[in-house]
Design a protein around this ligand. Sequence first.
Ligand SMILES: Nc1ncnc2c1ncn2[C@@H]1O[C@H](COP(=O)(O)OP(=O)(O)OP(=O)(O)O)[C@@H](O)[C@H]1O
Length: 247
Amino acid sequence: MTRVLDVTGIKKHFGGVKAVDGVSFHVDEGEILGLIGPNGCGKSTLFNCILGQLTPSEGEVRLDGKPITGLYPSQLNRLGVSRTFQLLQVFPNLSVRENLILAGQEHKGTMLKRLFGPRDAGLTAEADRMIAFFKLDHLAEQKAGGLSYGQQKLLDAAMAFMAGPRLVLLDEPAGGVNLTMLENLKERLRAINRELGATFVVIEHNMDFVMSLCSRVVVMAEGKVLAQGAPAAVRANPDVIEAYLGH
Ligand SMILES: Nc1ncnc2c1ncn2[C@@H]1O[C@H](COP(=O)(O)OP(=O)(O)OP(=O)(O)O)[C@@H](O)[C@H]1O
């Protein structure tokens, strides 16, 4: 099995707060990995250390075996690492298609290419493919700001998969999404994994969503990895139950 991401011994301390305290895990090609843990256990800080928003105090991150620790988000983008944030990143005044094209440009282009290349950077066809894939056809021309919250979350996720990224990190894709839309989102994420071979990591509070979507789950507590494995095994792990219910 090909390793896409290797995270080894990552620590991030803020003064006396050990937000991430020696975390190691890996992601294999074609895998959907879930990252869960109680509030404040360090998930976002870990994501930010992997994605260049923060520099880790210690540890190493490798993409396809090559060190990427401390690279800027723009450099990681060009290597094919993309992400979503907890808060929506769609541009409300742009259409669904324009949002997708812009996201693709960000993943692909240098500033020069953006200035001198074709206006859509040749990404319209790919945007339309993603629109069809995420079943947003009827909304393609609409401004993103006019979409329901669930539809915007779907667009936000679709944007992360533009330009064929090597690895996608989704930060709470299901947060605030209603039940019907949740099933739709899960089904689309499964399909993008199965049909396009996308590899991704999902941080999520919705346990049912994670357990039914992911092939493997890493559980964090107090800055460390508490358990990892198949969803059913993790769910039955007494340490995990204690971390969630024991306080
Ligand atoms: N910039 C910062 N300065 C100081 N402390 C921070 C900073 N960022 C995070 N922390 C602390 O680090 C710990 C981990 O926070 P983090 O946001 O990574 O947790 P989380 O698991 O993502 O939480 P949630 O599930 O609520 O999003 C918390 O105690 C938090 O208060």
